[in-house]
Each structure stands twice: as C-alpha cells, then as structure tokens.
Ligand binder design. Structure first.
Ligand code: ITT
Length: 212
C-alpha cells in the first residue's frame, strides 16, 4: 500500500475530456476535487520522453504551485506499425487548434502510406501514466494500457481525442461509440477496459480507501 490520497486534490489536466474521466474515476472516493484550470495553474512544458516522466512533471508542478496533492495523467496512442507514434506526441499531432479530426487522419494516412490495410497491421495501444504528487515531494506512479486496432473511417461521437478510431480488442465498437461507463469497464462491469481505468485500478489499490 502506498500513501493514501484524501482531502482536497488537484486534477492536474487542462484537457476537458481527460478531466471528465479523472473526475468520474475519483468520484466514489469522497475526495474534494479541484481542477488545474479552476486554480489558474499554468501548463508546464512536457519535456520528458516517456509518458511516466511527463505525468510526473504535471503532477509535481501542480502540487508545488497549489500546496495540495495533485493527480496527473499523461497518455497517448501508440501505433505499432508507426514505431509507436504518435505516442507522447499524441496531443501535438492535433496542432495548436487541437483538431483531432486532423490528428486521426494523419494516423490513418501514415498507416496507408505504410500499406497497413489489414486489421492485423493496424494494431495500436492507448497508454496512460498516472502520477500522484504530494507537496512534500512524495510521488506514486501507475501505468495502464489497452490494445486494439485503428479503424477507418472514425465512428462515434462520444469520448474525446482519438476515441472514434480506436476499437479495443474483443469489441466491435470504438471508444467513440461507448458510454463513459463502458469505456472505463470498471468492476462490477468488467476488470477495467480503458488504459486510464486500468492505471486507475492500480492507483485505487495503492492509494485510495475503498468507497463506503
Ligand atoms: P494535459 O497535459 O493538460 O493533461 P493533454 O491533452 O496535453 O492534456 P497529454 O499530453 O497526455 O494531454 O496528451 C494525450 C493526448 O492523447 C490527448 O490530447 C488525447 O487526444 C489522446 N488521448 C489520451 N487518452 C485518450 C483517450 O482516453 N481517448 C482518446 N484520446 C486520448
């Protein structure tokens, strides 16, 4: 068991889709949540070359600036046939306008340019690195992953980011077609489906008290 998370906690993300999911995941644990945007915290530069490193930058910056424990996620889509791209650059592939229709098209075009047409050539994984940092410098880190395939054209209006082109293994619908509950797939519905939910289940085991 790591250090228990309680009281007031900052969710250190500026991405509204991720904020919604991180709030959802923490909701049963009776924690008082405040977002980085509500506290006007600046967005630190993500200068590390791993998901774990960048999650830690975000959590530590928010904990230091707020004096509160902070919970951050660094995540992305890693496509096997593209050598793991866009990976830690997943947000950056959408450009300054955060245009994910464009980012999804770039992924599909890159696969097409590689001749990756068959499902088995379009394997991809979503990865989530979660970090909780306390103002005294203590950190706890967790990693989750879900394997699937890139489909084209995109399907579904739910979720955010690359969800409409990602179909998790063993499912016939994309994350974009799933409700938040289905995408998380938490117990008793499942054993955790999305990368974020899988990392979160480890976090819950290490740092959260079971909901009353
Ligand atoms: P913060 O750093 O403020 O948290 P961000 O959007 O910059 O927000 P990341 O650097 O972690 O976050 O970028 C991850 C990108 O990967 C994100 O912008 C999404 O487009 C994509 N992504 C991550 N998890 C996803 C999910 O569950 N569904 C769809 N896309 C996801």
């Amino acid at each position: 068991m790591g250090r228990t998370l309680s009281g007031k906690v900052v969710i250190a993300t500026h991405n509204p889709g991720k904020l919604r999911e991180m709030r959802d995941l923490l909701a049963p644990y009776g924690i008082d949540l405040v977002s980085a945007a509500e506290l006007n915290l600046p967005e630190p530069e993500e200068t590390e070359n791993t998901f774990t490193g960048n999650a830690r930058i975000k959590a530590e910056a928010a904990a230091k600036a707020s004096g509160l424990p902070a919970f951050a996620d660094d995540s992305g889509l890693a496509v096997d046939a593209l050598g793991g791209a866009p990976g830690i650059f997943s947000a950056r592939w959408a450009g300054p306008e955060k245009d994910f229709a464009l980012a999804m098209e770039k992924v599909n075009n890159a696969l097409a340019a590689n001749g990756a047409v068959k499902a088995e050539d379009r394997v991809a994984r979503f990865v989530s690195a979660l970090c909780v940092a306390w103002p005294d410098g203590h950190v706890e880190e967790f990693l989750g992953e879900v394997v699937g395939q890139i489909i084209w054209p995109p399907r579904g209006e739910k979720g955010f980011g690359y969800d409409p082109v990602f179909q998790p293994e063993g499912h016939s619908r994309t994350f974009g077609e799933m409700s938040a509950d289905e995408k998380h797939g938490l117990p008793p519905l499942g054993e955790g489906l999305s990368h974020r939910a899988r990392a979160f289940l480890k976090l819950a085991e290490g740092c959260l008290k079971a909901p009353a």
